[in-house]
Design a protein around this ligand. Structure first.
Ligand code: ATP
Ligand code: MG
Length: 594
């Protein structure tokens, strides 16, 4: 319905220079075994360790290259070479040893995007600990809940965050043995408070050298909580072998290589900010830009231009903010280094894709994946023309299917079998299990994990459609799909039509019980600057929807200047629905509050 045969056609020079110039050939020739063979592995055949692939292997051959460039909140810029990152992460790994932290124990971070976060993350992986990065804006309850669920042994945080977020809940966390305080030693541990250690003092006391212990590729490495868009966040466990997928997908989908200056705006508290905001660019020997500060449109442009970023990885909400910010800002900045932008986390509407090609002058490549998949699964590619509004095609090594759904909206399993649907028909997106970064469990939820698989397929919970040429189109989450007058409506189809209206910056639709239709479609929209939310615009938007969508068009519409989002930038339709229907609001731990 929202499909378009429009293409953004790329020049031949762009296609030829891409690292994966021929999609069909790459799919035919790809194997995970070959991708794994590209990893250097620990010396003397001692296995595969993420931090070795990200840091030590590059430190050994070109240690003087910049691994991290950290733009500090105070306006300073700190460059850290691969050699220096090896030294710092070695010390962190030694520090965990000195504290008696055993392999497989969980090390949490609750830190802003400061250098210590990256050192703690990679140092933990070196030492064989399991890393669980938390978003630093979480309040005490979400912090406590995740630490308790994950039985955190060690927490690295700052004195300020400790005082506000951790001290109030510490007594309820008996498993938490060590709280390491990063940052200025001057505001270090409160005098005499038990179980607090200054990270700087600890690091001072240990050695520069560290030999990564033998690591089995199946050893747990990362614990990531989902965004909580559909309910209580789930803890997804990933293993060291995931690095094979981080590396291969960063090349195929992000076109990354050693000469890139790569900026990922996701915080490491979300899976994107770890898989691609820490690990993947380093495994390629690229320079990873880290910006500690809060973002707005001007700052994004300043960083993109000032740091000569070559690949920017961000989210649809950020791109929509740029659209709202206007075209004049683009002319004020030199974006000539930027090759392309990648977007993830939410559906990317065709309007933004076209805007970017015309106004930013670079393509935006939508890609799809989840906390559970650990790495990008479906993408638009650097060498390929773009179908605006489509999330692209499966990566080499990834087999995807669209499965028929049963009465509960999930892939039909009543007879024990799953069935693919025809092209053009909505169904649940499924992925053939077995890629390296696939999650190995939901923490303490074995049944739920088992129920995510059927006949060798991982069932994603998202509803999509595949067109006759093999491109995938997002319809909505299985939980969000609306049943109206006998039709199943994916919210994104309705939202992208509304967002094509010049007045609409962002849209979210929900189903609302209706005696006649079963559910009616209600839309919430945010307006672009210069538009007034009066009755005539309200009526115009409804009729605009009706003309384009017919019977599945929104019947009610509200202008809402603040659509609720998760902290990872996703629209919380379940919260809009709960508020509309006066239902309990559910888990709010990941709601963006500012
Ligand atoms: P929870 O599982 O707790 O409800 P969540 O699913 O939002 O939260 P994440 O793993 O962070 O947690 O997000 C993955 C989901 O984000 C996908 O299942 C999909 O619904 C959505 N998503 C990611 N990328 C895209 C994309 N390119 N287009 C459309 N939706 C996307
Ligand atoms: Mg999910």
């Amino acid at each position: 319905m929202t499909e378009t045969v429009d293409m953004i056609v790329k020049p031949d020079s762009v296609r030829r220079s891409a690292r994966m110039p021929d999609y069909d050939r790459a799919r035919r020739t790809f194997s995970w075994a070959a991708a794994r063979a590209e990893m250097s592995g620990l010396p003397n055949g001692r296995g595969l360790n993420i931090a070795h692939e990200a840091v030590d292997r590059h430190a050994a051959v070109r240690g003087d290259r910049t691994a991290l460039r950290v733009l500090g909140a105070d306006g300073t810029t700190t460059d850290v070479t691969y050699a220096e990152l090896r030294r710092r992460t070695n010390r962190f790994a030694n520090a965990l040893g000195a504290l008696g932290v055993a392999r497989g124990e969980r090390v949490f971070t609750l830190l802003p995007r400061v250098l210590d976060l990256y050192v703690a993350a990679l140092g933990t992986l070196k030492a064989g600990g399991v890393l669980c990065p938390l978003f630093s804006a979480f309040g005490p309850e979400p912090v406590a809940e995740r630490l308790r669920l994950g039985e955190g042994r060690v927490l690295v945080t700052t004195p300020r965050l400790h005082a506000r977020r951790v001290r109030p809940v510490r007594a309820a966390l008996p498993a938490l043995r060590h709280v390491l305080l990063a940052g200025d030693p001057a505001d270090g541990p409160d005098d005499g408070e038990e179980g607090l250690t200054s990270l700087a003092a600890l690091l001072d006391a240990v050695d520069d050298d560290f030999a990564i212990p033998p690591t089995d590729p199946e050893d747990p490495a990362l614990l990531h909580f989902t965004s909580g868009t559909t309910g209580t966040p789930k803890g997804a466990v990933h293993v060291h072998d995931a690095v094979v997928a981080h590396h291969a997908t960063a090349r195929a989908a992000l076109d990354l290589g050693p000469d890139d200056v790569f900026w990922c705006t996701a915080d490491p508290g979300w899976v994107t900010g770890t898989s691609y905001g820490i690990i993947a660019p380093l495994t390629h020997g690229a320079t990873l830009l880290v910006d500690e500060r809060e973002f707005d449109a001007e700052r994004w442009y300043d960083v993109l231009a000032g740091q000569r970023v070559t690949v920017w990885y961000t989210a649809p909400t950020a791109l929509r903010l740029l659209v709202r910010h206007g075209e004049a800002a683009v002319a004020r900045h030199d974006l000539s280094a930027l090759r392309h932008v990648a977007s993830v986390g939410e559906p990317l509407d065709a309007e933004v894709v076209r805007w970017s090609a015309e106004v930013l002058g670079v393509p935006v490549h939508d890609n799809w994946w989840q906390t559970e998949t650990g790495a990008i699964m479906i993408s638009n590619f650097a060498a390929e023309d773009i179908r605006p509004g489509s999330m692209g095609r499966p990566l080499p090594g990834i087999e995807a299917a669209v499965l028929e759904r049963g009465p509960d909206g999930r892939a039909w399993r009543a007879d024990g079998h799953v069935r693919p649907v025809r092209p053009g028909v909505d169904g649940e997106l499924a992925l053939r299990a077995g890629w390296p970064s696939m999650f190995r469990g939901y923490l303490h939820q074995e049944e739920r994990y088992a129920a995510s698989f059927a006949e060798g397929w991982y069932l994603t919970g998202d509803v999509v459609r595949r067109d006759a040429d093999g491109w995938y189109w997002f319809a909505g989450r299985a939980d969000d799909v609306i049943k109206t007058a006998g039709h199943l409506v994916g919210p994104f189809e309705v939202e992208s039509v509304l967002m094509a209206h010049p007045a609409v910056a962002e849209a979210a639709v929900i189903g609302k019980p209706d005696p006649v239709a079963g559910e009616l479609v209600k839309a919430f929209v945010t307006l672009r600057p210069g538009w007034t939310p009066d009755a005539s615009l309200h009526d115009e938007l409804l009729s605009y929807g009706r003309q384009r969508l017919g019977s599945v068009a929104p019947r009610e519409l509200a202008v809402d200047p603040h659509l609720p989002h998760t902290r990872s930038g996703k629209i919380l339709r379940r919260l809009l629905r709960a508020r509309e229907l006066g239902l309990p609001e559910g888990d709010l731990s990941t709601v963006e509050t500012s």
